[in-house]
Design a protein around this ligand. Sequence first.
Ligand code: AMP
Length: 427
Amino acid sequence: MAAKLKAPRGTFDVLPEDGERRAHLRTVAERRLAGAGYGYLETPVFEDTDLFARGVGESTDIVQKEMFTFEDKAGRSLTLRPEGTAGACRAYIEHGLHKLPQPVKLHYWGPFFRHEAPQAGRYRQFNQIGAEALGSDDPSLDAELIVVLSGLLAEMGVGGLSLKLSSLGDAETRQEYGQDLRAHLRANEARLSDEVRARIDLNPLRAFDSDDPGTRAVMETAPLLPERLKREDAEHFADVRALLDEAAVRYVLDPTLIRGLDYYTRTVFEFASAALGAQSGVGGGGRYDMLVEQLGGPATPGVGWAAGVERILLATEPAESRRGALVPGDVYVAVAKPEARRRAFSLTWDLRRRTGRTVSLEQAGRSLKGQLKHADRLGARWVVIAGDDLELKDMRGGDQQSVGDSEELLRKLDELDAEATTLEEER
Ligand code: AMP
């Protein structure tokens, strides 16, 4: 036998039983985002490597170790996108969206790629829903984006949610702070983990993320960035917080919150769910007022977030898996004898077209008994048996009655469904 093929490490297949929940998440997300004025954007799955090197930042884990990079036949370096903001900014510049009335609000959904060590909730190909508002630094955009994501996660039923919030100030504050933090780390170098020590110059902020006990002790006395914000940045941050308070969104201020991407300025935030294990981040984002300019566009502020589709679904695991099941209330068309196959086929199409119901047809050559058993297992509400005539069987009560033709069948189905609904309401 030929060797079995498997999906690559860190990737997964979405099977039909998961498809419905995914589609539901997408519907909820799009309704909420469109309702707040965020139009749909789709950018390529791969971009010039330079976009991420310049956009995400050379010193980040993403650019240093996690990108899937390859050469095309002309020797150009391309990369499977590890995140969505750089591509959205590239599209904004390339299509002159800065000439439209600002802010320009965009949302996206699709696959992203990071070469990380796979574990529960962490994959090498995963999907994100994201939103970006470009062209205004109004604090109401920061707050609006957080409120939309918070509402989306709540509507999806993500349990044990918490929101961390901080501000990084402007590039100058960050740079000065970086110098002081480096000085603090150097003064305590001996107590740091090798990894943190090796990156003092490149990315000292990452030291706050370390699990190493020695490093953690050093970080307890480290200087904190939000204490050094310039007046305008502190006011901006105070405004964002006041708007979140107004919207009754709860948050915890976390002066050590840093995100794994270099482009952030001012507001940063992260939602986590206690329903998840070690990989508890469900979504996060922040403001990036320098990024568009850094990518060759006009000076343009921006703010956005991305949330992990798989993490949201993991945090809202369904009570039961319905492998191969129909939607309750659906119809199964059984074939009582071979001569009735054509009739059953056209009846199935007729029902699908005219009722909008989900209608399944026997397509595996089972006996009539086998078909009824199969319909039951699928959870069909009604079975239509096509033989010399048509019979309609109620799979809940067991009643079976003859129906003259497909017109009568449609009428009967509607009547019986209405009766069943009334009975349920009376109960
Ligand atoms: P980030 O761009 O790193 O802030 O990621 C935003 C969100 O995407 C995270 O909160 C996660 O929900 C999700 N995410 C990031 N990386 C992965 C991954 N490797 N596998 C699954 N989900 C991820």
